[in-house]
Design a protein around this ligand. Structure first.
Ligand SMILES: Nc1nc2c(ncn2[C@@H]2O[C@H](COP(=O)(O)OP(=O)(O)OP(=O)(O)O)[C@@H](O)[C@H]2O)c(=O)[nH]1
Ligand SMILES: [Mg+2]
Length: 254
């Protein structure tokens, strides 16, 4: 087992009693050596009990820990609060992935390896690209809708990012990251885009943004569409509006 005491991976969990596989959480902790921080986002099902059992079974809060949010605030806020707590606890690297483990544990671990190995990089994004030799499984409809969204997001950010919406990302602790997490995101479903915008532009003059060369996107070797997604058509529509707003804000800040 690799040990990576300075790293924390946040997993936002909302009503995940059916989907969350406890063994996958253990696999992530073992494969990455990172601390896993499970954030219960005000779930109404048995998620809080499942998380408590997982934390108790691990027996060491530096391996698997949980954070309970009093009410449901959405993925964006769950991720933000988890990453803030991790940084406050002294993590030098923080990241997140989805509770459905569409990005499998060993691939999340690989993102951390890449961040460790690339001294001049502060952000590593997993990207879902269908390539020979990789196993990225997505329905055609989701793929094409996703491409449309990602292309709009890339234009809004004015960054050549291929896939803003993949659920797995890792970040080095930088002033830009702390500034980016300081305030709640305005967007619930396009918060990844908002986070990238905040990181790129910083909070001048206190926290400068990250140079474009500090971002690295890598194709995942494995990614699976896991059913029971909670993203509705309405949610997708709101995400599109959020991206338009990020584009307008970006133009204003130029
Ligand atoms: N839907 C939803 N998910 C939340 C919320 N808070 C935290 N999450 C977590 O956000 C993650 C993403 O949820 P998914 O339903 O898989 O949505 P997605 O992965 O963006 O969409 P798919 O690509 O369809 O899987 C999961 O880990 C959820 O538990 C919330 O309020 N609503
Ligand atoms: Mg999912």
């Amino acid at each position: 087992m690799t040990s990576r005491p300075g790293a924390t991976i946040v997993i936002p969990c909302f009503d995940e009693a059916e989907r969350l596989r406890p063994e996958a959480v253990g696999e992530l902790a073992a494969a990455s050596g990172a601390r896993v921080l499970l954030v219960d986002d005000g779930s109404t099902d048995a998620t809080p009990e499942i998380l408590s059992r997982l934390v108790a079974a691990a027996g060491d809060p530096s391996t698997i820990a949980s954070l309970q949010l009093a009410d449901n605030r959405g993925k964006a806020e769950a991720v933000r609060r988890g990453m803030q707590l991790a940084l406050d606890d002294g993590a030098s690297v923080v990241g997140y992935c989805d509770a459905d483990f569409s990005t499998p544990p060993h691939e999340v671990a690989r993102l951390l390896d890449v961040l460790d190995d690339a001294a001049d990089v502060d952000v590593v994004l997993g990207s879902r690209v269908g390539l020979l030799g990789s196993d990225v499984q997505r329905s055609h409809a989701r793929h094409y809708l996703g491409r449309l969204f990602a292309t709009a997001a890339s234009a809004a950010l004015r960054m050549k990012v291929y896939d803003t919406q993949c659920g797995a990302k890792v970040f080095a602790d930088t002033p830009a990251l702390r500034a980016a997490l300081a305030d709640p995101f305005r967007s619930v479903w396009a918060f990844d885009v908002e986070l990238l915008a905040r990181l790129r532009h910083g909070a001048p003059p206190t926290a400068p943004g990250l140079g474009i060369e500090r971002f690295l996107e890598i194709p995942l070797r494995t990614w699976r569409d896991v059913g029971a997604s909670k993203l509705s058509v309405r949610g997708a529509g709101r995400a599109a509006v959020d991206v338009a707003r990020i584009a307008i804000d970006g133009r204003r800040n130029r």
